[in-house]
Write a protein that binds this ligand. Structure first.
Ligand SMILES: Nc1ncnc2c1ncn2[C@@H]1O[C@H](COP(=O)(O)OP(=O)(O)OP(=O)(O)O)[C@@H](O)[C@H]1O
Ligand SMILES: [Mg+2]
Length: 189
């Protein structure tokens, strides 16, 4: 299946998730991640502020911050590349492009992600064999992930059924090293 049709199919199954399922999925993913020593030890975490039916991250971001990590969140640039700014609690976010909440803090530049010890990204699907990630089509995370060093864990958050085989890959498509669904945390490469 091509990217466009796969995105359509995945978005339509996401649309059928109830608010309760979204909440349950988010709390399972949050608990599993927070149980991992490599998550607990990460001093600087790049994450995202979820919207709509994306795997929800608000509780995860809050918990990481409470735990003492510095959390940076994306600020979408005009060219769809990602700038980054520090999360400093729930009152420090304001709507940016497309209504996504972004930190109001100083922008740290597109290279800020290079300093993260852990990178948590959204995805519509991840290939369980290759780690190839399918996003929503802006190429934002392909650019951001290309800046992440080889030893940094990169984790895609997924709903059940989104870790699949046969995700289409173009040369610019970045892979992730881990995928997590409410059922399983999987090491991919
Ligand atoms: N490193 C890059 N520099 C500039 N453009 C890029 C880069 N990587 C990808 N793109 C462009 O982004 C567009 C969308 O790419 P793609 O379909 O892979 O998006 P995606 O992976 O689903 O989105 P995202 O990365 O935002 O989740 C493509 O036209 C591609 O050429
Ligand atoms: Mg891509």
């Amino acid at each position: 299946m091509d990217k466009l049709n796969l995105r359509r199919e995945l978005m339509s199954s996401r649309a059928s998730l109830s608010p309760e399922q979204l909440r349950t999925n988010a709390s399972k993913v949050r608990e599993t991640l927070l149980d991992q020593p490599w998550v607990q030890m990460a001093g600087l975490v790049a994450c995202y502020w979820s919207m709509g039916t994306e795997p929800e991250t608000h509780g995860l971001v809050f918990a990481l911050w409470k735990h003492g990590a510095t959390v940076i969140l994306p600020v979408l640039k005009e060219d769809n590349d990602l700038d980054w700014a520090v999360y400093d609690g729930p009152d420090t976010l304001a709507p940016g492009r497309y209504g996504v909440m972004e930190p109001v803090d100083t922008r740290r530049g597109v290279d800020a992600i290079r300093t993260a010890a852990l990178v948590i990204v959204p995805a519509l699907a991840v290939d369980r064999l290759t780690g190839v990630r399918l996003g929503r089509g802006g190429g934002s995370y392909d650019r951001a992930l290309a800046r992440v060093g080889p030893n940094v864990p990169t984790v895609a958050l997924l709903h059940p059924g989104e870790l699949v085989e046969g995700v289409p890959a173009e040369p610019h498509d970045q892979r992730v090293r881990w995928a997590i669904t409410p059922r399983e945390l999987t090491r991919l490469m």
